[in-house]
Design a protein around this ligand. Structure first.
Ligand SMILES: *Cc1c(COP(=O)(O)O)cnc(C)c1O
Length: 386
């Protein structure tokens, strides 16, 4: 996969003999003369016209990602949420209905639950892992099922074979947000999923320095999404896209290491007396261990855990850390730790949080590419406070 992550989408014949990808930093593309315009408008020549409709740097990223995910086509966006919302809107009309699982990304859920209503599009939210309720939620006007795997923060794994069988029985599309897995660990299109979504902000770009998103699938579906994208305008900037391409070159190396480190840390935490519970899909104790290990190459770089103690203890633990940075997001080279109760769910009441399983002492660790022993040393320092 590394050769493709470095080279796919580009020819050996390089612009100005440069080994790196040119950043075509332009908003528009000019015509030599009126003959050129006419050739273009009659469809006689494919070329770039205006940057919202396409850019050579972006095309290379789209080709590279399509290659890695095993997709016919790809559209790259300015953020993961731009990819998700544009994709959803391109597939539904008023009067339609969609099904989504309850532990989807917070803003995806919010968009489906609140904003789709404005267009008279129905949305049923079903508990993750309840395949019977999922099937029962499908109606005549259901257009697609949208879910994620692994999910945030409990790293639940969707059985993609089951999802495919349910979708086929009712003739609905399947959309999977595969951000936490990346094409290194999981390739949902091989399980018959129709579209794969990514927040490229996370592992694909991998350096905590840009926002990006992508959708991948068949030429026919992706073309529909690309057309709406031209109106919605969530266009990635060429320089930002260069950083995505640059990140992609090392992404198989990074994920391989992050898979390894996360498993070591998950095992360490599981044995630690101050830890109440560890969630990691490649630990035997995880409820979806079997599906995870059959569907994925590695468990990914996120480990979720609950410590013993109170909210005050949780704060002491966080404040003692010296290597892990406290902050949201994941997938970068720096290890980040977040406390969902204080960060992502600060605006919820304690009861609302607990109903979602977001307890006072729950942490999500997104391992970077530091060595496992250094991260463990830091966590140990924090856990001594408990
Ligand atoms: C971060 C994330 C998103 C949103 O992506 P942005 O690039 O932040 O817009 C969507 N889904 C998942 C699973 C994510 O982790």
């Amino acid at each position: 996969m590394s050769a493709r992550a470095i080279h796919a989408g580009e020819s050996r014949n390089r612009y100005a003999d440069s080994i790196t990808t040119p950043i075509v930093q332009t908003s528009t593309f000019v015509f030599a003369d009126t003959r050129e315009i006419e050739k273009f408008t009659r469809g006689g020549k494919k070329r770039y016209e205006y940057a919202r409709y396409g850019n050579p740097t972006v095309t290379i990223a789209e080709k590279r990602l399509a290659d890695l995910e095993g997709a016919q086509d790809c559209v790259v966006f300015s953020s993961g949420m731009s990819a998700i919302t544009t994709t959803i809107l391109s597939l539904v009309q008023s009067g339609d209905h969609i099904v989504i699982t309850d532990d989807s990304y917070k803003k995806t859920l919010e968009f489906c639950r609140s904003y789709l209503k404005q267009f008279a599009i129905g949305c049923t939210i079903v508990p993750f892992g309840d395949y019977r309720r999922l099937e029962r939620a499908i109606r005549k006007n259901t257009r697609f099922i949208l879910s994620e795997s692994p999910t945030n923060p409990y790293l639940n794994i969707f059985d993609l074979h089951k999802l495919k069988r349910i979708a086929d029985r009712h003739n609905v599309l399947t959309l999977i947000d595969s951000t936490f897995a990346t094409p290194f660990n999981q390739r949902p299109l091989e399980y018959g999923m129709d579209l794969v979504l990514h927040s490229g902000t996370k592992y694909l770009a991998g350096h905590n320095d840009i926002l990006a998103g992508a959708v991948l699938g068949s030429t026919e579906l992706v073309e529909k999404i690309r057309n709406l994208h031209k109106s919605m305008g969530g266009t990635i900037d060429p320089h930002c896209c260069y950083l995505l391409l640059r990140g992609l070159k090392t992404f198989p190396l990074r994920i391989a290491k992050q898979n390894q480190t996360a498993l070591i840390i998950a095992r360490f935490l599981q044995e630690h007396p101050c830890i109440r519970k560890v969630y990691y899909p490649f630990l035997e104790s995880h409820p979806h261990y079997k599906v995870a290990t059959s569907q994925m190459k590695g468990g990914g770089g996120v480990v979720t855990f609950e410590t013993r103690g109170t909210l005050a203890d949780a704060k002491k633990f966080l404040d003692a850390l010296r290597l892990c940075f406290i902050g949201p997001s994941l997938g970068g080279v720096e290890t980040l730790i977040t406390h969902p109760a204080m960060v992502s769910y600060y605006d919820y009441s304690r009861k609302e949080r607990y109903d979602l399983g977001i307890t006072d002492t729950l942490f999500r660790l997104a391992v970077g590419i530091e060595d496992a022993e250094d991260i463990i040393q830091d966590l140990t320092r924090g856990l001594k406070q408990l």
